[in-house]
Design a protein around this ligand. Structure first.
Ligand code: CUA
Length: 448
């Protein structure tokens, strides 16, 4: 026979002495210390203050329901359907909470021990089952499940694929997850590789789509499981190795939407982001026209000597996890994105850009990145043919400007821990001087 410790044995004996004869130990109010029984306003005030404090400290901006990744302020039919299911579930849960909580609170107040004699009184006669109550509770449970199940099943159906009526105008793209960025392929849009060859357009981290048309996204991954999520438009569906998943969504108006990998996928999962840019049909066609061209080449113009030279501030030191998106950009991100589509000849320095292009080759950047028309065809990292026209770099983490681009090139591992570029620097012993960084920045910026 196993030995019990004296303490355990003792408490067991005490328990058998107490349990069969009395329900004193089950009475919540009786077991609380006296000051709590006579609960004062001050006590409840303190509890409320603590709760509010926890809510504030949790960082939930509950007053800002339209944040970048809000699932409440939605802007497309798929996200709206998903929001509808959420609301139905919430309301059913709220009704159950109020009913059950109300009965519980009523019983606790009505039948509490009011005196010492109450606390030690014999328990009243116990009820063991009431068919009417039990059947009603079963019926109510089934009913609430049905109320949730019907819209859920409808939602699963309608969000699974583009509705039959809209199939004809579907725009198809393929999103591929990499640790830690997204590749976007446009299978129906052919991009120029060189004079003789074309291939489907490939971009990275910014999915540009036409407004008002259903977009079907094929979901793939080259390494681990990722998840594709654009909270205001649709989500989330996993990108699973060797499995062909898909989702669809539609943006109802031009906009700039935040996306995020929603499945833990390693060191930099939290900073595996992307954007969806929804453009009116004409502007979208212009964008496609530009993107399918080869990388831009900046040639020095005769008047260059009179132009002001490109200005580069010295690289400053960045704090760990310092935010890389400026408030100025954030005020109207779509407009900021639009401004990046057009090169600004006044700030370009052809000589510096040419030096950057040469460095892109000599520092082996081209082993991992493609720039169509510039002899770079790497496939490990994002395609950079039009990197200058994207509003973000480092998979949506940093704004695409000179300062942030240099920050990234200077030490990619500090921005996105564990990424392949940081490892490539070490493996290939790549070191960049400040001048080289500036030249590379100028070159990448010129690729509109
Ligand atoms: Cu990819 Cu998390």
């Amino acid at each position: 026979m196993p030995k019990c410790s004296p303490t355990l044995l003792g408490s067991g004996v005490r328990a058998t002495k107490v349990f069969p004869f009395s329900t004193v130990h089950m009475r919540l109010f009786n077991s609380l210390p006296t000051p709590f029984r006579r609960s004062s306003l001050a006590h409840w005030g303190r509890a409320a203050a603590a709760l509010i404090g926890v809510a504030l400290l949790s960082g939930c901006e509950w007053w800002r329901m339209d944040g970048h990744q809000s699932t409440i302020a939605v802007e497309g039919p798929v996200a709206r359907e998903q929001l509808h299911i959420f609301y139905v579930t919430c309301w059913v849960s709220a009704v159950i909470f109020v009913l059950v909580g109300g009965v519980l609170a009523y019983a606790m107040v009505k039948f509490r021990a009011r005196s010492d004699a109450d606390a030690h009184a014999e328990p009243p006669e116990q009820s063991h089952g009431n068919p009417l109550v039990e059947l009603s509770l079963i019926g109510a449970s089934v009913l609430s499940l049905v109320i949730i199940a019907v819209p859920t099943l409808q939602g699963i159906w309608s969000t699974y694929d583009v509705p039959e009526a809209e199939k004809g105008q579907t725009f198809e793209v393929t999103a591929v997850g990499y640790q830690w960025w997204f590749k976007f392929e446009y299978p129906s849009e052919l991009a120029t590789i060189n004079a003789d060859a074309k291939a489907p357009l490939v971009t990275a981290n910014e999915l540009v789509i036409p407004v008002g048309r259903p977009v079907r996204v094929n979901l793939r991954t080259v390494d681990v499981i990722h998840s594709f999520w654009v909270p205001k438009l649709a989500g989330k569906v996993d990108m699973i190795p060797n499995r062909a998943n898909h989702l669809w969504f539609k943006a109802e108006k031009p906009g700039y939407y935040w996306g995020q990998c929603a499945e833990y996928c390693g060191d930099s999962h939290a900073v595996m982001r992307f954007r969806v840019v929804a453009l009116p049909e004409k502007e979208f066609a212009e964008w496609l026209e530009q993107q399918t061209q080869t990388g831009r080449t900046v040639v020095a113009r005769a008047a260059d000597a009179t132009q002001p030279r490109a200005q580069f501030a010295a690289l400053r030191t960045f704090k760990q996890n310092e935010v890389g998106i400026s408030a100025k950009f954030d005020i109207n991100p779509l407009e900021s994105w639009r401004q990046l589509q057009v090169p600004d000849a006044r700030t370009e320095d052809a000589e510096l850009i040419a030096k950057g292009r040469q460095l892109f080759s000599s520092k082996t950047c081209m082993a991992c990145h493609a720039i169509r028309g510039h002899g770079a065809a790497g496939i490990t990292g994002p395609d950079l043919t039009h990197i200058g026209s994207r509003s973000t770099i480092a998979a949506g983490l940093l704004e695409n400007n000179r300062e942030q681009m240099q920050r990234w090139l200077h030490n990619p591992g500090a921005v996105k821990p564990g990424n392949k570029m940081a490892k490539g620097y070490i493996d290939n012993n790549i070191k960049l001087t400040a001048d080289e960084e500036v030249a590379l920045v100028a070159y990448l910026e010129s690729l509109k």
